[in-house]
Design a protein around this ligand. Structure first.
Ligand code: SAH
Length: 340
């Protein structure tokens, strides 16, 4: 038995063809799942009984449970329990442009970034596309509103779960699925080079963000172990290739760690590194956590860093802060319930 939410529209069409049925049945089924949002096959009243019975043999509808919600003014944090009693968190953010959800892609994470709470627990397993999708469905159900934006920036490294993450994008983007526009979907990676190149050929116009956090290998090696496998030059070359293939602007995330990566020299080095790339630099005030000793750069130092980059003619923003009151900010999500 499989989770029906794992199935892309194209796969569903093939499934119906294999049963000797017309492929437009996929349309009907997606409408029941994502428009009418039914929770059982028996409610799908325009599908004939014999097919319903077959569907029930092959699939079930959903398997994650909402365990706990913490609500703050503009942010809510959702804890979900998965079928194997593992947990992940997702974050809902109210922006002036709409509602966005930060989705987790794995239980735990193997990337081991030194500053990140989520990575203190090794990867237990990948989430399926359905488990990612259900984070959205459950939150929409909870607030009775439609989500307009999705960022794949919760727990996990999405490019370490490439197949499921790309299926997830296909389903949420499909007009009969959640119909979330590809430009409203952002995936963030720590820089897995072969997958960046593969993603250049993924035919959906989603946004790509790269967690850079340091302008040279010596420093990046210290805070992001993945840099030893894929050093900065290889990441930049892969991104140039990505840009050549997709023509899509890249976002670089740069968390500001007090005394670690925030000097004027490092700002200049960052400009030299990224000069000529069509990109945005997003400076992220570091969210401190109890278990990790890094501190957030002081506000005036962040502004100085910002000014240097701006003066060098690059696109740069300071990320608006969200969710730190309820430990729902970047890098604060956890997959272990006992830790919460
Ligand atoms: N694995 C992916 C996506 C998850 S993290 C990636 O590395 O991009 C999402 C973003 O939050 C990344 O840029 C990550 O480096 C950043 N982040 C991690 N811990 C943080 C913290 N404590 N404060 C602010 N940002 C953090």
């Amino acid at each position: 038995m499989k989770n029906i939410y794992d199935i892309t529209f194209d796969e569903l069409e093939e499934y119906f063809l294999s049963l000797g049925e017309k492929k437009f049945k996929a349309n009907q089924l997606y409408t029941w799942l994502y428009d009418k949002k039914v929770k059982s096959f028996d409610e799908m009243s325009d599908i004939k009984k014999i097919i319903i019975d077959k569907l029930k043999e092959d699939y079930y509808i959903g398997n994650i449970k909402l365990d706990k919600v913490e609500k703050d003014e503009l942010v809510s944090k959702y804890l979900f329990e998965l079928y194997d009693k593992e947990h992940v968190e997702s974050v809902l953010m109210r922006h002036d442009y709409g509602l966005s959800i930060c989705v987790s892609s794995q239980v735990g994470c193997n990337m081991g970034c030194k500053f990140c709470e989520s990575g203190r627990r090794k990867k237990v397993r990948n989430l399926t596309s359905g488990e990612m999708l259900e984070q959205i469905l459950k939150i929409e159900e909870d607030i009775n509103e439609k989500i307009s934006h999705v960022v794949i920036m919760g727990i996990g490294e999405p490019f370490d779960n490439y197949e499921n993450v790309t299926s997830f994008i296909k389903i949420i983007n499909h007009p009969k699925g959640l119909a979330i526009g590809s430009r409203h979907i952002t995936l963030s990676t720590c820089g897995i080079v072969p997958k960046i190149k593969e993603f250049a050929h993924f035919p959906y116009q989603v946004n790509l963000a790269v967690s850079l956090h340091a302008p040279n290998d010596e420093l990046r090696n210290k805070i992001m172990p993945i840099n030893k496998a894929y050093p900065i030059k290889e990441v930049i070359d892969a991104l140039k290739y990505y840009y050549k293939e997709t023509n899509r602007r890249i976002t670089f995330e740069y968390i500001m760690l007090d005394g670690v990566n925030d000097s004027p020299n490092e700002a200049l080095e960052l400009c030299r590194l990224l000069k000529g790339l069509n990109c945005y630099i997003n400076l992220i005030p570091y969210n401190e956590t109890n278990n990790i000793e890094f501190k957030r750069t002081k506000k005036d130092v962040i502004i100085k860093f910002y000014d240097i980059i701006k003066k060098n003619g690059m696109n740069v923003t300071i990320r608006k802060e969200f969710g730190s009151n309820i430990s729902a900010a970047c890098g604060q999500l956890r997959s272990k319930k006992e830790d919460l």
